[in-house]
Design a binder for this molecule. Structure first.
Ligand code: MD6
Ligand code: FE
Length: 204
């Protein structure tokens, strides 16, 4: 493991190929129960280039009304499906936090998709890290400080990599500059999946 910035720990190749394939199979079931939707920016309604779904008790959604967590899919109204076991295990092993994750946001990037610099701050509990797993094509991830405009570092997140994002970095700005098309054979039609597991509520 490599600490790329204080609180940002990169675990290259944390999932082996067979586990990556099993996770993709599990996520196809997730997407049947909770189809990918296109989130929209608060106020403007401008669509994201990334498509999203969720699993776990809560899911992150965004539309004209704002960013929030909710227990149901924004289009079907159905509860989110359970988190696959591989994700529960990853949280137990890497998060270093004594309570379970409540939400896993699933982001799908086509070759042209990206995600602008943002903070993850819609959770009530910042003591837990956000734990990310990447599948498919490599994403160029950038992380800076807790204010905009400071110095940043970049790391390539390859299929199977885990990234734990907590402590002094929990509110750091970060994003995905680009996806490197053709860099992985995991997803037959290409693209990148990123999973971010989060604790949302404060434990009792
Ligand atoms: C991505 N990741 O890798 C976007 N957020 O596609 C995130 O936005 C992120 O990787 C919080 C913590 C870790 C992350
Ligand atoms: Fe994020």
């Amino acid at each position: 493991m490599i600490e790329i910035a204080p609180g940002v720990v990169h675990h290259p190749g944390w999932l082996d190929r067979a586990t990556q394939e099993a996770l993709v199979t599990a996520l196809r079931e997730t997407a049947k129960a909770a189809p990918f939707f296109t989130p929209r920016m608060p106020r403007t309604g401008k669509p994201f280039s990334v498509r999203m779904t969720n699993c776990g008790a809560l899911g992150w959604v965004s539309d004209e009304k704002g960013y929030r967590y909710q227990p149901t899919h924004p289009e079907t109204g159905a509860p989110w499906p359970a988190m696959p076991d591989i994700l529960l295990r990853a949280w137990a092993e890497l998060a270093g936090y004594p309570h379970p994750a409540e939400a896993c946001l699933v982001n799908f990037y086509e070759a042209s998709a990206k995600m602008g610099l943002h903070q993850d701050r819609d959770e009530a509990d910042f003591d837990a890290p956000v734990l990310s797993l990447s599948l498919g094509d490599t994403g160029v991830f950038r992380v800076g400080g807790t204010t905009r405009g400071g110095k940043t570092v970049s790391v390539k997140l390859q299929s199977g990599d885990a990234l734990s994002f907590g402590g002094p970095a929990r509110l750091a700005f970060h994003g995905i500059d680009r996806v490197i098309a053709g860099s992985s054979t995991l997803l037959p039609s290409g693209g990148r999946i990123n999973l971010t597991m989060r604790r949302v509520t404060k434990p009792e």
